[in-house]
Design a protein. Structure first.
Length: 77
């Protein structure tokens, strides 16, 4: 999608390893399939599911600190 172009983060996120990227069509298809199967919450991709799980089980302060640090590197100032 054009999300990173609009937010001005394309250059920075393009340096991420390829395993962290998901194909938009595949995300749309798997998300649609989850909706049709009645899955109330669906997170596409192994990396995203791992991050979501970690965010649920780790202490909130640790998660927030990690997110602030990560967001600061990719956010357009």
């Amino acid at each position: 999608t054009e999300f990173h172009d609009v937010t001005g983060t394309r250059d920075k996120v393009s340096r991420l390893p390829t395993f962290m990227w998901l194909d938009a069509d595949a995300v749309a298809r798997s998300s649609y399939d989850a909706v049709m199967a009645g899955v109330p919450v669906f997170v596409p991709g192994r990396v995203n599911r791992t991050i979501a799980t970690a965010a649920r089980i780790l202490p909130k302060g640790l998660v927030m600190a990690a997110m602030r640090g990560t967001a600061g590197r990719y956010r357009k100032v």
